[in-house]
Design a protein around this ligand. Sequence first.
Ligand code: COA
Length: 333
Amino acid sequence: MATIATETGSSYAAVLGVGSYRPSRVIPNADIVDAIDSSDEWIQQRSGIRQRRFANAEETVQMMSVAAARKAIDRAGIAPEQIDCVIVATVTHLLQTPAIATAIAYELGTDQAAAFDISAACAGFCHGLALADQMVRGGASRYSLVIGVERLSDLTDMEDRGTAFIFADGAGAAIVGPSDSPGIGPVVWGSDGEQFDLIRQKEDWRDIVAMERPVLPYLTMQGNPVFRWASFTMAKVAQQALDKAGIAPDDLDVFVPHQANMRIIDAMARAMKLPERVAIARDIADQGNTSAASIPLALDRMIDEGQAKSGDIALLIAFGAGLAYAAQVITVP
Ligand code: COA
């Protein structure tokens, strides 16, 4: 009987380059507070957010993705034609089909790369990274481009007190490719669908079409249970990712948690008893919560500002709607 041939890839995979794009409109808390009867002080105290960035009309999901990707490609020192797979994590590409990844792959000048979108909300980038790692080692891809991108301002009800001050826009990207040594540790990922409704779009497209005055499918969030889940459960997941990678907290240089809320970041760092010397991403203060884009945006900033240096060991953890989560240890490119 005939047997099917299989393939294997590189022994190890690594992140070879990171890039990001921050939209041009800076929106301070003062511009948000009136519509939600809030204050700059309340927002800073509860979330750590001082300002966020919103995209303008030209800063589309595709445009921001391409800009972030070009920087990552440049940093990785490869040509766009070498990219054979493009994975885009987003929940704000508002065409259900086709995937925006194919248009991005084309605009970047890849040679007909495999291209698809994934929907894992704020956890999307780390899901994409896990897929790319497996594909490079499994042989399905040599150079994968992973993008996390959101235009959450399109899906945020600016009169909703629970979400208007949190969400923001931006894009981040990473090139994953072959490496001589392990650059991406085992992923720890999972979901808790029992809490499906905690962060979600209010309506699906059919409900919207049936509305007397249709609106975009805004996001809604039950902040309190999300806060508790993220602060306590996610520290354990982050610890598991360290354990699986054989990395002790003392070996860690950089911690890049999803930029959901400064209080969650602080609570996780405390629960994990991270040594003082570990650099912790705090991009949320200036950027808001950009869901799938938050980790590559924060990591790219730390690289640019010298807080994360080439060869450093970094722990990434992403979590959000679903509820879905994913964490892994990487070497900073
Ligand atoms: N501005 C001012 N006051 C507000 C407010 C706002 N935007 N939203 C709620 N409040 C008030 C409430 O009316 C309530 O007042 P009361 O005590 O007089 O009744 C008080 O603040 C507390 O409300 P509550 O809803 O319990 O707020 P909270 O302490 O849970 O804080 C969040 C709200 C959203 C900041 C918090 O739940 C949170 O950070 N959750 C996690 C969100 C997150 O990270 N999501 C992303 C996950 S990917």
